[in-house]
Design a protein around this ligand. Structure first.
Ligand SMILES: NC(=O)C1=CN([C@@H]2O[C@H](COP(=O)(O)OP(=O)(O)OC[C@H]3O[C@@H](n4cnc5c(N)ncnc54)[C@H](OP(=O)(O)O)[C@@H]3O)[C@@H](O)[C@H]2O)C=CC1
Ligand SMILES: O=C(O)/C=C\C(=O)CC(=O)O
Length: 369
């Protein structure tokens, strides 16, 4: 008689997943089309009385509408969010929040705006409500990034973790397809590195695989039909899962390279992730075969590294650093920075191999070719 398949954790779990400590982070998620309308109740639930609405200069209309929704609980709009959170933008925002007596901030926009909210919270402890309009996933992490004198520094601090996240797929309806694709691949990168993280665990791995699957399918749907709200919901769901993974477990070489490229060469964040990810996965493939198998399965591809490269190409995203503003003569500096203060990585960092990785990413070579 056939026995049902036994559960064999030692066969399916990699070493770090058989022996782990997991501390779940507190965050409240409201996920629904139209969930922005719940903002006044969510501000009240935090015990806040005056919420400052944060945005980029281009999203003022949405921020003003959000402020109007809050009525007397609004402390107005601060529209100085910028990519990579330059330190002076953080200073200005902190000063403004204090001047208007805000006891809460609502960050409505992409990862840049959420990042500004985090920079305020880092100093003041102000509770943040995040309303993401891209798929970057920052809203689920206690990670902040601030750029000062050409170097992006990141850190973890629970004070910056948004207390409440309103996921409203309607808000990303008009996010351009190109931006949707690259921010979705940014989120896929969180999950991919989570699958080989030193401090990974089985629950995060499940979320990572599901997140990659949801994003790969959702992004293909948006590419076919930008207003497909089921596809947009799938991407936001994937962003939630992948962001949660990044929030709970460590990042490795891929994120380090992207932070270096973004902070020191001001490259666009999500596009940089999109170009670098396939090369970072190729570099780590031999050291993390189980993770690669799970990434490939979630992408519906035979191989993780080429699967990511092909997904980007299929969806019309950039695949070469030279096409997104990276000067070739800056590559040695990237290598130097990446080696000087590295994140843990499953494969030891080898200067020659990393040089080749960067050269391939710069030229847009398909991994393995
Ligand atoms: N700490 C963390 O855990 C994480 C942090 N990040 C950080 O987030 C930033 C990247 O986030 P990302 O979201 O990609 O970048 P942005 O927030 O810069 O947004 C990217 C682009 O999308 C546009 N956009 C955003 N929302 C909409 C919308 N609803 N409709 C139309 N256009 C829209 C923005 O326009 P506009 O400029 O007009 O607003 C911008 O041009 C980086 O600084 C990165 O470091 C990313 C992931 C995780
Ligand atoms: O730069 C930050 O805010 C910190 C982390 C990230 O950006 C994660 C990422 O590289 O997407």
């Amino acid at each position: 008689m056939n026995k049902p398949d036994a559960i064999r954790p030692h066969a399916i779990l990699r070493a770090s997943e058989r022996d782990f400590i997991f501390t779940a982070q507190p965050s409240r998620v409201v996920f629904a089309p139209g969930s922005l309308q719940r903002l006044p109740q969510e501000v009240e639930a935090l015990g806040a009385r005056r919420a400052l609405v944060l945005c980029t200069p281009q999203q003022v209309a949405l921020a003003e509408a959000t402020s109007a929704l809050l009525g007397s609980a609004s402390a107005g709009v601060f529209s100085g969010a910028e990519m990579h959170v330059p330190i002076d933008s953080a200073w200005r925002a902190r000063r403004h929040a204090s001047q208007v007596g805000a006891d809460c901030a609502v960050a409505i926009g992409g990862g840049s705006t959420v990042g500004l909210g985090k920079a305020i919270a880092l100093e003041s402890g102000l509770p943040i409500i995040a309303v993401p309009t891209t798929y970057a996933g920052s809203e689920m992490t206690p990670i902040y990034g601030i750029t000062e004198v050409g170097v992006k520094k990141t850190g973890r601090d629970l004070r910056v973790l948004p207390r409440t996240v309103l996921y409203d797929p309607e808000l990303s309806r008009h996010l351009p397809v190109g931006m949707s694709v690259v921010s979705g691949i940014n989120a896929i990168a969180h999950a991919a590195e989570g699958l080989y993280a030193q401090d990974g665990n089985p629950v995060m791995s499940l979320m990572a695989e599901e997140g990659i699957r949801a994003l790969a399918q959702g992004l293909r749907g948006i590419h076919r039909a930008p207003a497909d709200m089921a596809a947009r919901s799938a991407c936001l769901y994937g962003a939630w899962l992948c962001g949660s993974v990044l929030g709970h477990v460590g990042m490795s070489l891929h994120h380090k390279l992207c932070h270096t490229l973004g902070g020191s060469f001001n490259l666009p964040h999500a596009e940089t992730h999109t170009v670098v990810l396939s090369h970072a996965l190729a570099y780590n493939a031999s050291a993390a075969p189980q993770a690669m198998a799970r990434i490939a399965a979630a992408l519906g591809a035979p191989d993780a590294a080429t699967g990511v490269f092909d997904l980007a190409r299929e969806l019309g995203a950039p695949t070469a650093l030279r096409d997104i503003g990276m000067p070739q003569d800056g590559l040695p500096r990237v290598l130097e920075l990446a080696l000087s203060n590295p994140y843990w990585n499953p494969r030891p960092l080898e200067a020659e191999a990393l040089k080749e990785l960067l050269a391939n990413a710069w030229a847009g070579v398909r991994p393995g070719h």
